[in-house]
Design a protein around this ligand. Structure first.
Ligand SMILES: Nc1nc2c(ncn2[C@@H]2O[C@H](COP(=O)(O)OP(=O)(O)OP(=O)(O)O)[C@@H](O)[C@H]2O)c(=O)[nH]1
Length: 344
């Protein structure tokens, strides 16, 4: 089966009331070209959301009300995906993409892992991205009171801010500062009442080993011991004055050229020891004497490596790795990372 025939799947998460159903309704009203299948999971015995989703010829809804999707996901979701694939093949159900709308109380980890653990799912389905909606009006309180809110942010490839129409600029900035500290890898968009073009959250190929790694100004920045290049400016922390105490945050490692063997050993050890705490990570690394970028990308202990595009200019050769994780022993890891810098 070719890559292009893989069924694209988007995981849509976000705390209770963050606007997931509203976003899907907007998509369905502005997307006549393809048929979308939605797996919905509602916490509790009665699925309320499917009643809220507007009836539309391009939509098929599968409800999972047998408890929370994340609690028994590897059983129920895996089984549902197998069955849907079969039905798609034999034409009983026709759809071009799948969106999994999780309950607002779901930890995305087991849902995401389902796509890597099961061989059949890996070969037939392409996890496109984890999209997290954030109710800007209530996010600070949700983060203070519900750990799952920071997990949902930590897993995100894209973050969509909702209800920005209900807050002022200062509140929005405060919410952004806190979101950025937790996840400075995800691109952030705004959708008022679900209004957002679909290309901003669908078909973004976040789990591909591509070269793109954008880091917004974050907290934990390592600067190489040796000068990198004359025009390289390390990322400065804008948020040092903030004192959020979320247990998930973003760490950024930066250096010049690395030694392949040493960075390999570092990464292996890091994943072995801290993989369970690391929600998402991605590195685009410059390896000494290697013209191509080395891409590392992972979820917990599932990791992929590949060589990407060629570094065009010598002064671009900066290694950068972002890890979104529960608290890591940063100083210790910083030293270990710096020791992987290639000898002159
Ligand atoms: N003012 C405002 N209201 C919004 C916006 N987005 C969603 N809402 C409203 O927020 C409420 C909750 O939205 P839903 O789309 O049901 O949220 P959900 O994430 O599906 O909720 P759960 O199923 O409980 O997790 C609804 O009344 C929406 O109309 C927005 O951008 N601005």
């Amino acid at each position: 089966m070719t890559e292009s025939s893989h069924l694209p799947v988007t995981i849509l998460t976000g705390f209770l009331g963050s606007g997931k159903t509203t976003l899907i309704n907007y998509l369905l009203n502005h997307n006549q070209n393809e048929k979308i299948l939605i797996i919905e999971n509602e916490f509790g015995a009665v699925n309320v959301d499917s009643g809220l989703l507007k009836k539309n010829a391009n939509i098929e809804i599968v409800e999972m009300t047998n408890g929370c999707i994340c609690c028994n996901v590897q059983g129920e979701l895996t089984q549902a995906l197998h069955q849907l694939h079969q039905k798609r093949l034999n034409g009983t159900v026709q759809f071009d993409r799948l969106i999994i709308e999780t309950t607002g109380l779901a930890d995305p980890a087991p849902i995401v892992q389902t796509f890597f653990i099961d061989d059949f799912i890996r070969e037939t389905i392409q996890l496109d991205a984890v999209i997290t909606l954030v109710d800007c009006e209530h996010i600070l309180k949700q983060l203070d009171e519900h750990r799952v809110a920071s997990l949902q942010l930590g897993f995100a490839d894209r973050i969509i801010l909702t209800k920005t129409d209900r807050i002022d600029e200062e509140q929005k900035q405060t919410a952004l500062d806190r979101i950025n500290k937790i996840n400075n890898k995800a691109k952030i968009f705004v959708a008022t009442k679900g209004q957002i073009p679909k290309h901003q959250w669908l078909d973004i190929h976040s789990f591909d080993l591509d070269d793109e790694l954008e880091v917004s100004k974050g907290f934990f920045v390592i600067n190489s011991k040796k000068p990198l290049t004359s025009d390289f400016k390390p990322i400065n922390s804008n948020y040092a004055k903030q004192s959020w105490n979320d247990d998930i945050c973003s760490y950024v490692f930066e250096a010049g050229e690395l030694d392949l063997k040493k960075i390999g050993a570092f990464t292996e050890q890091l994943i072995e020891q801290y993989g369970n705490d690391m929600l998402r990570y991605k590195g685009v690394l410059a390896i000494k004497d290697q013209p191509q970028r080395l891409i590392v990308q992972g979820v917990h202990k599932v990791v992929g490596f590949d060589y990407g595009s060629i570094w065009e200019k010598p002064n671009e050769r900066i290694s950068r790795m972002v890890i979104i994780s529960r608290k890591l022993p940063f100083e210790e890891l910083k030293q270990a990372f710096l020791e992987t810098i290639a000898e002159e």
